[in-house]
Ligand binder design. Structure first.
Ligand SMILES: C[S@@+](CC[C@H](N)C(=O)[O-])C[C@H]1O[C@@H](n2cnc3c(N)ncnc32)[C@H](O)[C@@H]1O
Length: 169
């Protein structure tokens, strides 16, 4: 799948996972909302959770994932003013050193990797995580939920699986 990032540039550039993805040609950065192409927008505020069913359907490009790379302080609902179908990611835990162990607040490469696994593109997820020394940790921490989400028929089924993990929190 194509990976696109609306790049805000207000986070520490040395720790920014989107910049590193772009350096390795795994993602394209866009400096404005207008220049960011439509696709499946990874938006933590979206009402609907991502599911394998999002690969099909009409409307936006379904072979394109779009993330917003900004600091979590500026990642407010209004900031996700991007064209496409907006989807949140279900319960997954960050494996990166900045937010290790935090549920739902993934960095950009983790959000892409989680989405790719749910959409059946596990190989690409492994490929993009491989340019980070800690990348394998994300898949190790989330192995079981990712496998279960990827086997779901739709968003409602993904939320039902998520409930199992939230109950344990
Ligand atoms: C707020 S930025 C932080 C980026 C961080 N500075 C980095 O270096 O990667 C992370 C982005 O990943 C996506 N993302 C993270 N967690 C998500 C979730 N639970 N649901 C949907 N998208 C999520 C969103 O596009 C979000 O804006």
């Amino acid at each position: 799948m194509e990976l696109h990032v609306r790049y805000e540039g207000d986070d520490d550039p040395d720790k920014c996972s989107a910049r590193r993805l772009a350096q390795f040609d795994h993602a394209e950065l866009h400096r404005s909302t207008r220049s960011t192409p439509p696709g499946i927008v990874l938006n933590p505020f979206a009402d609907q959770a991502l599911s394998p069913a999002d690969r099909e359907g009409t409307g936006s490009r379904r072979d394109r994932l779009v993330a917003l790379d900004c600091s979590w302080e500026t990642a407010e609902r209004e900031a996700f003013d991007l064209e496409g179908i907006h989807r949140s990611l279900p319960f997954l835990v960050a494996g990166n050193p900045v937010n290790y162990g935090t549920a739902f607040q993934l960095n950009t490469v983790e959000a892409f990797a989680g989405a790719l696994c749910i959409l059946g593109e596990r190989e690409q997820a492994e490929e993009i995580l491989s340019v980070f020394s800690w990348g394998h940790t994300f898949l190790e921490l989330n192995e079981e939920p990712l496998e279960r989400y990827a086997a779901c028929a739709d968003s409602a089924a993904v939320l039902a699986v998520q409930d199992d993990y939230l109950a344990d929190e």
